[in-house]
Design a protein around this ligand. Structure first.
Ligand SMILES: [Zn+2]
Length: 377
């Protein structure tokens, strides 16, 4: 299946950022809606899966479900329906060679499995990443403004006691253009009062106020776990330029010595910016999840950009899969194929020994995640 000779083709992977698969049967439209970050249907007469990801599904997933590589999409979807979602998910997930998944449980989608169910489905270890904004919204719904300000940091610490990391979606609730420092107590109290007043009118708590988002982030820093930051492309409603991680430079200066690592997730198209930050700041890391499946034939471009400037200890594998087991299968195969090809090139051109290439590939595949999230403790 793979073109490279290097052994990154068969290394066990730690997928440090993903969201689980939908276990229910999917209609073709249901499949299509999970196969894009767009919230809208494609224009009449066109197919959203006639895309780089569609090619990747046909190339890599069709053989896993017993079809010829590049079987037509209709045939693929029919095959998936006929064997059923449970079997398709099992075959696709188990094709990835992933030994451990760090599951972001923050998305409110009842179709997604809890960590224990995901572990059974994938036959792998699964541990939790807790989303700060979701904990804030759930706690707010059962609290008062004053209680929220006083007790949220302890609530977040308690909620994440069994987790290996936290995640913030400040990039798409507000943007990375935030002041470097912790918000003052007065600012937080005022913002919380306004939030609770607004919720009385709307009946829901959705945190978008930058002061409250920063309060969440700093509460996360107090909890002491690595913090994942959704970066660049990754949601239909993102204002892309505000998700450029270089906007966090003052924040990274301010947090450099606090003992908390920041994991820049997916990063596309700001992979080079993320790589520079990961080189400069000892507590910053990056991955190229999400585009490892959505770029299809061009996934190697992202994987190579991530390897341009950051130390090898700062780059991690992730799939950022959401909903479809195909995301997992394509990301893992793309990463293996492209990383092996890159290592082969470096060896052939005299840039690395085979031992160097093995060591570098193992770091990105699993070792870096194991170290940063303390997974072997
Ligand atoms: Zn994600």
């Amino acid at each position: 299946m793979t073109d490279g000779n290097h052994r990154s083709v068969d290394l066990p992977l730690v997928d440090h950022h993903c969201h689980g698969v939908v276990e229910a049967e999917l209609s073709d439209d249901g499949f299509r809606s999970l196969a894009t970050e767009s919230d809208w249907a494609a224009p009449p007469g066109t197919d959203s899966l006639d895309s780089p990801f569609g090619l990747a599904v046909r190339r890599f997933c069709a053989p896993i479900l017993g079809l010829e590589p590049l079987a037509p999409l209709d045939e693929y979807l029919a095959r998936r329906r006929s064997i059923g979602a449970a079997k398709a998910n099992r075959l696709l997930l188990r094709s990835t060679g992933t030994s451990e998944y760090l599951l972001d449980t923050g998305i409110r989608d009842a179709r997604l499995p809890e960590p224990d169910a995901m572990a059974v489905l994938a036959d792998a270890r699964v541990r939790e990443i807790v989303r700060i904004e979701r904990v804030a919204e759930e706690f707010a719904a059962e609290s008062t403004a004053a209680g929220f300000v006083a007790k949220f940091p302890a609530t977040l610490a308690a909620r994440s006691r069994e987790a290996v990391g936290l995640k913030s979606i400040i990039a798409y609730r507000h943007g990375f253009d935030i002041p470097a420092e912790r918000p003052s107590e007065g600012e937080v109290r005022k913002a919380a009062d306004e939030w609770f007043h607004a919720a009385e009118r709307t009946g829901t708590f959705r945190v978008t106020d930058p002061v409250l988002l920063r309060f969440g982030l700093w509460s996360g820093i107090d909890a002491g776990l690595p913090i994942q930051l959704h970066t660049g492309y990754g949601d239909g409603d993102i204002e892309l330029f505000r998700a450029d991680p270089s906007r966090l430079t003052p924040f990274f200066h301010a947090t450099r010595t606090l003992g908390v690592d920041f994991m820049l997730l997916h990063c596309y198209p700001f992979i080079r910016e993320a790589g520079i930050l990961a080189q400069v700041f000892p507590h910053v890391y990056l991955d190229t999840g999400l585009v490892s499946h959505y770029l299809g034939p061009s996934a190697g471009t992202a994987i190579r950009q991530a390897m341009e400037i950051a130390p090898f200890s700062k780059v991690l594998y992730s799939s950022d899969s959401y909903g479809l087991a195909e995301h997992y299968a394509v990301s893992a195969t793309s990463w293996r194929t492209e990383f092996a090809a890159l290592m082969d090139e470096w060896i052939a051109a005299g840039w690395a020994t085979t031992q160097d290439a093995d060591r570098i590939a193992t770091m990105v595949a699993s070792k870096n995640a194991q170290r940063v999230y303390n997974l072997n403790a």
